[in-house]
Design a protein around this ligand. Structure first.
Ligand SMILES: C[S@@+](CC[C@H](N)C(=O)[O-])C[C@H]1O[C@@H](n2cnc3c(N)ncnc32)[C@H](O)[C@@H]1O
Length: 242
């Protein structure tokens, strides 16, 4: 089966996804990537935790986590990437390759430039010295979540379980006088989207973004959310703006 996660989730029910998952090869091999894509869809669309997927699939937690880490790498291409390279990404975080950790996915420069010209950002609230988009930024060591956010803030948060905390902080900072522009996966079924994003201005992006050094587009759609906002939705063809 050769399908992106979005295609898989758009056409298959949860039960059908399990059928795909169960029919793939038990050991990790190229055929196993169909299973990885199905597992991604279960996690991203249906909110399954890795542990729940492992229990249901009768696989170890570490195998599920490993397969998903490799498949999440933006450079991963099920048809091109040699298995050994995917293995290296998943098992060696210090690999010379782009980190498989999606929490480090850097914002594409073109969409950031479009938003920066509109909002003139003064601070990047979650960054490293290498990927910071503004001269002023908070790093993990400083813990951006524990700081006061003021002025015009840029936020492309780590995309793990903790994303809800970042969106909540962005919403609250918007209530307290800051402008916070967030780049998030367009996961409209999540708790954080319903609790916070829908009260901001939500811009759904046409197409998929290509993060960091990725050679392939992200396996999920993205949205820009602006706090404080007017609780409205915009269909944003940002590339057409030139
Ligand atoms: C998706 S990347 C975005 C990087 C960059 N700001 C950009 O827009 O391209 C998220 C960044 O948040 C950083 N980060 C993780 N936890 C953090 C924390 N508690 N405080 C500040 N930054 C954090 C990560 O190191 C990572 O660089």
């Amino acid at each position: 089966m050769k399908a992106e996660a979005a295609e898989v989730r758009s056409v298959l029910s949860e039960d059908q996804l399990w059928a795909v998952s169960d029919s793939a090869e038990a050991d990790i091999s190229k055929a196993g990537w169909a299973r990885a894509r199905a597992w991604q869809a279960l996690r991203d669309t249906w909110g399954w935790k890795n542990r729940e997927i492992a229990q249901r699939a009768k696989k170890s937690d570490s195998l599920v986590s490993f397969v998903l880490k490799a498949a999440d790498n933006p450079k991963f291409d099920p048809d091109q990437t040699p298995w050994e390279e995917a293995y290296e990404w998943a098992t060696n975080p210090d690999s010379v390759h782009f980190s498989s950790d999606t929490s480090e996915w850097a914002t594409p420069t073109d969409i950031f430039a479009a938003l920066d010209s509109e909002f003139q950002f003064t601070i990047d609230v979650c960054a490293t010295a290498k990927n910071a988009k503004c001269a002023k930024y908070f790093t993990k060591a400083q813990d951006g979540l524990s700081k006061d956010w003021m002025g015009s803030c840029w936020m492309n948060p780590p995309y793990g379980d903790e994303i809800g905390k970042w969106v909540e902080k962005a919403y609250e900072s918007g209530q307290n006088g800051a402008t916070v522009v967030c780049l998030v996966p367009a996961r409209v079924d999540t708790d954080w989207f319903w609790r916070f994003c829908r009260f901001g201005e939500v811009r759904f992006l046409k197409g998929r973004l290509r993060f960091g050094e990725a050679t392939a587009s992200a396996p999920f759609p993205s949205a820009v959310v602006i706090f404080p906002g007017e609780s409205k939705v915009r269909w944003w063809e940002w590339r057409a703006q030139g």
